[in-house]
Design a protein around this ligand. Sequence first.
Ligand SMILES: Nc1nc2c(ncn2[C@@H]2O[C@H](COP(=O)(O)OP(=O)(O)OP(=O)(O)O)[C@@H](O)[C@H]2O)c(=O)[nH]1
Ligand SMILES: [Mg+2]
Ligand SMILES: [Zn+2]
Length: 280
Amino acid sequence: MKGRIIKQISNKWTVSCDKKLTDCSSIGKFRYKNIHPVVGDIVEFDNDNKIITSIYTRRNELVRPPVSNVDQAIILTSCTEPSFSSNLLDKMLVVIEYNNIKPVICFTKYDLLVNTSEIDEIIDYYKKIGYKVFINNELVNIKSVLKGKVSVLTGQTGVGKSSLLNRLKDDLNLKTGEISKALGRGRHTTRHVELLEVEEGLVADTPGFSSLDFNGMNKKDIKDNFVEFYENEDKCKYKDCMHIKEDGCYIKKLVEEGKIRNTRYNNYVKFIESINEKKW
Ligand SMILES: Nc1nc2c(ncn2[C@@H]2O[C@H](COP(=O)(O)OP(=O)(O)OP(=O)(O)O)[C@@H](O)[C@H]2O)c(=O)[nH]1
Ligand SMILES: [Mg+2]
Ligand SMILES: [Zn+2]
């Protein structure tokens, strides 16, 4: 039978087929081939023996969180507690775009801000460069984005992924954590990845991460996934301009003119430097 993995807890995978859930194990051959079924996988399973027998080719796949075949990733980023990190947001955008998944940005804890002007300006910038951006209280808009799609919620631990899902779905009661505990002790409140039915679509709640890296991406991969650079780079003097030290660089000109945010350009330079240090 064919179904979709909607949950994994250690070596047990829950497969959904025609709304019926079956807890399965996986056949040994996957393990020695180093193939691990992940949430989102479309699989064939043996309903009598409760075993996953094969995995259909994945359309896309994220490592952190481990989930496959998703239409879009909702990146949750907090305005405060944990404090807003443009570096982390840009890193998530690059990694997600590189994996051919459409990112949507959702700010949380806007209600805790005393002064919103800085975050408002940041929101406007990401909208200007083409991203869909929401605040987590815009439930109607978020629901329309989720409708009929397979989405993954991703973001640092404690930003409010489970809290958002609880508000999107009335009968849901996911465990949420106090921020001081979640960050202070480095403990995650959500411990496994699970796809939940929301608005005729599926949404994955995931454990947040405390760090993220570029998983084998090279410098060009990073450059190509900064949208506003990519769209303008044909105006640089050199065809393979990295927008760092080259003369006649149009991207640096846009930064100087204030058309590309300084922080975003600086994050780009830091990402390229981090790849240089690794010397792939
Ligand atoms: N004031 C305020 N608090 C929020 C908001 N969103 C989440 N919280 C609080 O932040 C804390 C952490 O929220 P969670 O939903 O557990 O965060 P998470 O992203 O699921 O965290 P992990 O499961 O550890 O990855 C909880 O105490 C929530 O009540 C928000 O928009 N405003
Ligand atoms: Mg959670
Ligand atoms: Zn350039």
